[in-house]
Every structure is written in structure tokens, then in C-alpha cells.
Design a protein. Sequence first.
Length: 202
Amino acid sequence: MTIGISEPGGRPLSEVLRELPPGRAVTVAETLEAVGPRAHGCALLVLALPDAVPLPLPSLSVVLAVPLLLLTLHLAAFGGERGLPARVGGVALPARLVGMLRDRVAPLLRRAEGFSHPRWEPLAGHERLLALVCLYLAVLLLLPLPFFNTPPALCLVLLALGMVQRDGVLVAAGLVGTAMVTLALGWIAGGLWSLAGTSALI
């Protein structure tokens, strides 16, 4: 089951976030009902931004990780033509997170929307392939590595904003960032492997 999205001509996500109701939880579907046919990219942004900023909300990564995985899997399988999966659209964003999205994230997002515009559109249009990269990044967010959530979340934000704005430059930046995160993860894994081998010899 999927949740339908509005027709073309949706409003900027920063404007939608600024108008979120104070003091109560809202679902992802309620948050994105005015953004038009960009719901998948906007949902990726909403779910990844708390880790990218980051916001002082403990355990938020764990709460949002499963919807991120479901969303990226759905986008990879079906593309952006279908509506949001019901299990993603029905996720309730806590009232405290809603307030921070409205008061802290929306102004930052408005600035990003100001300098982003359609360019290198063929790169930004490969939503299903980009969704596989986003799926990989969402899996990385689940790794129990201290201070490691922010880099993959930033890459997710760049990719999602690039898809929403049809901005291939942002998508390219997200892909380069993903490659760098992968190299860093390999370096960490190699260091741990060497440490384990050294410990075994002692």
C-alpha cells in the first residue's frame, strides 16, 4: 500500500517545514502533503537531516533508520512514480523533532534551496540507481561507530536535495562524499583488523 502525493506544483520543502504545527507530533505523510511529486526525495531529506545537522535528540538515528531503509528500498524498486509506502508515511515525527525541523532546519534548508537549481539533470534523474546509494548510506547509519552518523547523513542530504531540485551538481557531491565515506570506513576496518592481529600475537 502506498500513500498518494500531490500533483505537480508543490511548495518548497523549507516553506512546508516552517509551517509545521508547534507542540505536537505529525506523520511523514502529513509533513509532505504539500510538496508535490517529490515526496521520496523530500522524505529522504526529512529523515536524514536530524543526523546531518545533528539535532540533540538521543536515539533518533535508531527511530528513523528503519523508515529510511524502507523508503530507499521502495524508491529503488519502483522509482518516484508511486506514492510513499504507507509504513513510511505513517511514521510519527516526535513533537520535539517537529519543532527543531521548523525552527532550526527550515532556515538552513531555505539557504540551500536558494543556491540550488536544475543542472546536470540527467545525473539527478537516475532516481532508482541513486536510491541504491541511499540504501547503502542508510545501512551505514546503523553501524555502531561513534561520531560516524554525520558523514553518511550529509551524503544522503546532498543526494536527496539533488533529486528534489534536479541538481546534478549536488548529486555528484553526494556521490563523491559517499566514496570518501567508504574509503574512511575501509581505513577504520583495516586499522581494527591490524589491531586485532597484533593483539592475537601478544
